[in-house]
Structure formats: C-alpha cells, structure tokens
Design a protein around this ligand. Structure first.
Ligand code: GKR
Ligand code: MG
Length: 424
C-alpha cells in the first residue's frame, strides 16, 4: 500500500465570544482537515491547527508524503524533520493559550497532524478501531468534563446571528450554563475557564457551582493570570472544592511554591508542554497532573509515552483542548481509551461547536452520560461530509482571520485593554 493523495483543507467555524486570560475568542476559529488516500482506496483522516504558520509547514510537507508507505512512521518523522529544518522559525508568532501554535512545537505539531491520519489509515486497512490498533482499549467510554466559560452575549463583529447560550458574567448565569451542559451532554465534572473576572468573583462562581452540583469534581483554570500571592490566597479558599487547580500561576517556580504552600493538586498545560519541561517539573515537584494534547505533544504514540512517564513518576494525566471539531475529539478519545493512567475526565471545547459546523458525515458526535463511547468501526470510525467541508473552507476564505489573536479581538470591545499577565 502506498500513499496516493494528501489533501489539506483550511477551515473556519463559528466560535462563540468566550472570554479567557488572553482576551476573547474571535467569531471564527481556524482548523485544518487532512484527508489521505492510499493507492488501494483506503482513507486516513486528521485535524489540526489552522493558523497561517501551521498551514505553511503542512503545505511544505504535503508533496513529500505521496508515495510513502503509510505504515512507515519513521519515514514520516524524517520528512517532517526535513520540512521543519528548511522552514525559518517565526519568532514571537503563536498564541499563548494554544501551546501548539508556538513555533518551538513545529516538529511535534506537524508530525502529530499526519501521524493521526496515517494511524487512522493503518487501522482502517487492518479493519481495526484505532484504539485497538493503539494497543487495545482499557475503557470503551472516555469521560469529558463540562468546559464552562465566561462569555459575552454577542460578538462585536460577527456576520451571523447570536448564539443561544447568552451572556455568562456572574454566578447565576454560569450555573445556568453548567446546567445546560449537563442536560445536553450528561457531564459529571466541571472546569471553569478563569483568569477573566477579579478572582473574588470567580471564587463566588466556584462556590455556586459546588452548591448547585454537590459532590461533582470542579476545576478552575486561570491560565497563568494570577500572581503567586493571589493563587495562594484563592487556593486556601478553594480547599475542599477542587479536584485540581489548573495553571493559576504562569511559571513552574510559582506552581511549585503554590503546591508547597497549599498542598493542592496542580494541573498544567502551560508549564509542562514537552519532555524537557516534564523533567524540570519532576525536579521542582511543581505540578501533579499533566494535561496532554496529542496535537502538540507529537501525536498519539507520544501521548501514550507521556502517559507511561506519568505512571513512572507518579503523576496524574488528563487532557487539554483548544476549539476543535469531531476528528480531533475522536483522536483524543481513541488515545485516551488506550491509556490506563488517564483517569480524569478530559477537557473539550466540543460542546461550544455550532451543530451546523461539523465536517463529519452524519453531523455532530454525541456524548453519552458525558462520555464519547467508542464503537467497532475501523480507524476513527467516521467519514467526511464533503459539502460541509467545502462550506467551512469557503468560510475560511471569507472570514479574513489567519491566526488566532484573542487580545486584538478584546481591544475591539475595550480599546485600552493590555492583556498583561498575570493581571490579578
Ligand atoms: O479556548 O479560551 C480558550 C482556552 O483558554 C484555551 O485557549 C486554552 O488553551 O483550554 C485551554 C487551557 O486549558 O488552557
Ligand atoms: Mg489549561
């Protein structure tokens, strides 16, 4: 079997006005969809970043893949290495809250994007669900948490109608958002994207969630927007409420000091994003839970390696997410189902996806009791709806966004907004 065709389609999909430490989401989020086809007619699918820097890399790699053996992942590695080596690094590019957009991750993210599609093709060729080709399932259902956001009711500059979620800027509105998530998807745990409102107000929201959903695991993620003294003070008041405390402070040294001061379990997708940082974290005894993300950790097999490393060093493992569609969600679920140590509900932005904006044939994937349940179809188990893909590609061409910039978007609402961190 040989790779006969490699198609890469940049897309843009509607994204609600979600607030975070860096600003606010733009009206469209960018992704890329990878479609491989072998000379025997087997397909392989992937989904990754859609920012201009990633697309340049992926386009530079594309032609070199045609003709390769789809099982030759070392061959992919060499081709990716050559492409990344020949591409000048754009210093300062990348978006701080999407760790994979950092140019230092060029190798990992490019390899990961095509590794997923090749693994999908391999599994389809063998007639195996991807999870079984990854070593077998330790669970059939992968739990996800309800990812709660403060949000505005409407974008300042969208060319489409307001979303149905409405505004969420206080505890009452946030609890209503959480209830909707639970009613629609059955989630059994909650993550609040913090670092947005003054910490006291976010604490009140966490207390309201705890009262509304007694006994359910809660997390807060201020994305490094709290100073160490703020994080310690808030940590003391959050004692007893938290399953884990995610990235309140921006540096590993601060996270380690916070853990010493509060004893709270700390999670991160900001200060541990590669193996060198993993080693530093172990030495510093900073974070106890690592949030993996195959898109920038170098693919599904590297995620399994990370899981093994967490097991060896006694760390917990969970999963990070940026705005994405169903192919990413399935890749996350298949690898999560193959990893014994992944014992926390994973993050996903998927509930924020407008149901009309999915590229999978048959439409949006469904959560069952908050979980993605893996079936027995080969590979990732889905096909592309070509009409939907073409529509989202036209949306990409028309929307004018080429790299995510939540800070610039926020300045459209508040011209003086600095985005300085840590802000609280
Ligand atoms: O989409 O606003 C967002 C999130 O803040 C995202 O950018 C983060 O990368 O979800 C992420 C996280 O857990 O840090
Ligand atoms: Mg995070």
């Amino acid at each position: 079997m040989k790779l006969a065709a490699v198609k890469l389609t940049p897309i843009a999909f509607r994204d609600p006005p979600l607030l975070n430490a860096a600003g606010i989401h733009e009206p469209y989020a960018l992704r890329s969809i990878i479609e491989l086809e072998s000379d025997t007619g087997v397909i392989g699918l992937g989904e990754s970043y859609g920012d201009a820097a990633f697309l340049r890399l992926a386009q530079a790699l594309q032609a070199s893949l045609v003709g390769m053996d789809p099982f030759d992942l070392n061959g992919l590695r060499e081709r990716v290495r050559a492409t990344v080596g020949a591409t000048p690094v754009e210093a300062g590019s990348g978006f701080v809250l999407a760790p994979g957009t950092d140019p230092v991750k060029n190798f990992q993210k490019l390899y990961a994007a095509f590794e997923v599609a090749l693994l999908d093709m391999q599994a389809r060729h063998l007639g195996l669900p991807l999870v079984d080709w990854l070593g077998g399932r330790v669970r059939d259902a992968v739990p996800f948490s309800a990812y709660l956001f403060f949000k505005y009711a409407r974008h300042i500059d969208a060319d489409y109608a307001d979303d149905a979620w409405g505004e969420a800027l206080d505890a009452y509105q946030l609890v209503a958002q959480a209830r909707t998530m639970v009613q629609r998807h059955g989630f059994g745990s909650f993550k609040l994207k913090g670092g947005v409102l003054p910490p006291e107000q976010e604490l009140v929201c966490m207390q309201a969630l705890a009262a509304a959903f007694p006994g359910k695991p809660l997390r807060i993620d201020p994305n490094g927007n709290w100073s160490l003294p703020t994080a310690v003070a808030m940590g003391q008041r959050l004692q007893g409420l938290l399953e884990y405390y995610e990235d309140p402070c921006p540096t590993l040294a601060d996270m380690a000091a916070l853990h010493r001061a509060t004893g709270l379990p700390l999670a991160t997708n900001m200060v541990v994003t590669d193996m060198a940082q993993f080693r530093a974290n172990v030495a510093a005894q900073g974070c106890q839970i690592i949030l993996s993300d195959h898109h920038y950790w170098g693919g599904l097999r590297e995620t399994q390696l990370l899981a093994r490393m967490c097991e060896v060093f006694g760390l917990g493992l969970s999963m990070h997410s940026n705005s994405h569609l169903g192919i990413s969600l399935l890749a996350m679920a298949h690898v999560a189902a193959s990893v014994p140590v992944l014992s926390y509900a994973c993050d996903t932005h998927y509930p924020w996806l407008d149901p009309d904006e999915e590229v999978i044939r048959g439409g949006q994937l469904r959560f069952h009791d908050g979980s993605i349940v893996l079936g027995h179809a080969p590979g990732l188990g889905v096909e592309i709806d070509q009409a939907a893909l073409a529509r989202l590609h036209r949306q990409y061409l028309a929307c004018g966004i080429r790299s995510r910039d939540d800070a610039a978007q926020m300045r459209k609402y508040h011209p003086g907004w600095s985005g300085r961190a840590p802000r609280f």
